[in-house]
Design a protein around this ligand. Structure first.
Ligand code: GAP
Length: 527
């Protein structure tokens, strides 16, 4: 039977997750205790990859621009900040519970279903005299056996049995009636059970600070920030006044955010703890829309520079009525993950919504004095807001590749290769002596390792055959490998003395290069 595209993508995702664990990119948080749902730990290679991404983002958006300043705000957030921003009252998802399995589902993510609803008014057990009066129903979709409804209903009512020795099969159902329904979202797609009515579930992590934290003191309430943006708005005035800026200018921040997601899923894609890379770009009101277009293009270029090509990205222009309450224009930049096309970043024109709210709630003037026009105004804001962990996942998915290659002896094998762009690759170069039992080769290789270490991430390896060592580096995406051989030592004459073989990951081609040129060659290639 041929695999469907969706099955192929599931297998692909499984391979990616397995490689990430096997090679130390990503581990489940608290795995030895059964795991902490929605939280992930980055291992040695994942940590390097993440640093490379964050450093490049910072370099492009802060260090190489005169009009953007960086900041690093606190994670613990004053409750008034989040009341003003609307997060305390409104940052929620509609959530419902399955009456049978107790699974919690996002109401707005349930696919509509059609079929026959079997309803009951209660259940009883004649022998013991037990009865329960409670309405319940089950959806039976087309092609499913109607007895499924009765089995599911008996399981549901058996939860209320006082005598747990009674088998659910012995329960009598009361008042069965049926009704055809179309496009309902009131039933669990997994088991057909009725769901509770949707309730709003606030996504913020609440905590209590200080000595009165245990006394139920409401003023001790603080939150883990759900986005980095709010610290930027609350510090806007301080940053502007201490840096003699003029409009338009931005404040950039990279940092952790926390959301108690109802259904963390798709590996690291929807996590409860994640990092954001956000810019709030302050401008005059009449510049907002044009700057939103500019930022969209700039951000698409950025993704190309880190190895996510334009053709794998989708731009969604969010229509009126579907945008966040604060936005006059929003583009979602999406990536074609194996599990579907999903959001990487939002570029939103937030108008002056946030500064206005903070001015109103804090009672502090947040106007900006524009030296050029000599007027005081509340700037508008364009916000490119990217997810660091989502970008890492996209980089990993984009890089993963398997190809069939033939070795020297004509044997075919599958080469797994992470085709990271060199500037993102966790390890930039592998350095190998051809043989580990030749002290001169080892000494030279160590010398090269030492020379390169202050400039880039080097991995020294002397174990196994050279082909195996190349494969190990291919699997983690190391773009270059350098081998010290007998030619390096001058055994084939002076011409090749102090040269090494440099092997390129994607083409697997090799060339010789003088050791004296190695550093600059690598630095140019990974810049
Ligand atoms: N300040 C605007 C803001 O936070 P958002 O669309 O809620 O907007 C921005 O989040 C980005 O943060 C998303 O595009 C996504 O990349 C990332 N993000 C949001 N929730 C996330 C989660 N639960 N797990 C991982 N990344 C998340």
């Amino acid at each position: 039977m041929s695999e469907t595209a969706s099955e192929k993508n599931t297998v692909l995702m499984e391979k990616i997750v397995s490689l990430c664990k096997r090679r130390g990119f990503i581990f489940q948080s608290a795995e030895i205790y059964g795991g902490l749902n929605g939280c992930w730990d980055y291992g040695p290679l994942g940590a390097e990859l993440k640093r490379n991404l964050k450093e490049y983002w910072w370099r492009k958006n802060v260090q190489e621009r005169e009009d953007i300043l960086g900041m690093d705000g606190s994670i613990l957030t004053h409750q008034d900040v989040l009341k003003a921003s609307g997060h305390v009252g409104g940052f929620s998802d509609p959530m419902c519970d399955c009456l049978l399995s107790k699974a919690r589902l996002r109401a707005d993510q349930i696919d509509p279903q059609s079929g026959t609803v079997y309803s009951y008014t209660g259940a009883s057990h004649e022998e013991s005299g037990w009865t329960v009066e409670r309405e319940y129903s089950v959806l039976v979709t087309e092609g499913q056996d109607e007895n499924k409804a009765r089995k599911t209903a008996r399981l549901y009512y058996s939860q209320f049995l006082t005598d747990k020795q009674i088998s659910p099969k012995k329960i009598e159902l009361a008042g069965e009636s049926t009704e055809s329904v179309e496009n309902t979202t009131s039933y669990n797609p997994e088991n057909g059970s009725l769901l509770t009515e949707p309730r709003e579930f606030n996504l913020m992590f609440k905590t209590h600070m200080g000595a009165s934290a245990d006394d139920g003191d409401e003023s001790a309430v603080a939150y883990l920030r759900p986005e980095t943006a709010q610290t930027i708005f609350t510090q806007f005035k301080n940053v502007a006044e201490t840096n003699r800026v003029k409009l338009p200018f931005g404040i950039a921040q990279i940092g952790k955010s926390f959301r108690n997601e109802i259904n963390p899923r798709n590996y690291t894609f929807r996590s409860r703890e994640f990092e954001q890379m956000e810019i709030e770009f302050f401008c005059r009101p009449d510049e907002g829309l044009a700057l939103t277009e500019e930022w969209l293009e700039r951000r698409l270029t950025f993704y190309g520079e880190i190895g996510i090509p334009r053709e794998h990205l989708h731009v969604l222009d969010i229509p009126d009525g579907e945008r966040a309450h604060y936005s006059d224009k929003t583009y979602d930049i999406e990536y074609a993950f194996p599990f579907g096309i999903q959001e990487l970043e939002g570029v939103a024109y937030r108008t002056d919504y946030d500064l206005k709210k903070h001015r109103e709630c804090s009672g502090k003037p947040l106007e900006f004095f524009d030296e050029e026009t000599k007027e005081k105004l509340l700037p508008h804001v364009v916000e490119p807001s990217a997810g660091c962990d989502r970008t890492i996942l996209a980089l990993i998915c984009e890089a993963f590749d398997e190809e069939t290659v033939t070795d020297d002896k004509g044997k075919e094998e599958v080469r797994t290769v992470m085709r990271f762009t060199p500037r993102m690759a966790p390890v930039k170069v592998g350095v190998f002596p051809l043989l580990k039992n030749k002290p001169e080769l080892v000494a030279k290789a160590r010398e090269i390792q030492k020379m390169l270490m202050p400039h880039l991430n080097v991995f020294y390896d002397e174990t196994a055959a050279i082909g195996r060592r190349y494969r190990r580096q291919d699997e983690i995406g190391t773009p270059f490998c350098v081998t010290v051989d007998f030619e390096t030592l001058g055994e084939s004459g002076d011409e090749l003395k102090d040269t090494v073989t440099i092997r390129e990951r994607d083409s697997m081609s090799q060339k010789r290069i003088p050791i004296s040129e190695l550093r600059n060659f690598l630095l140019d290639a990974i810049a």
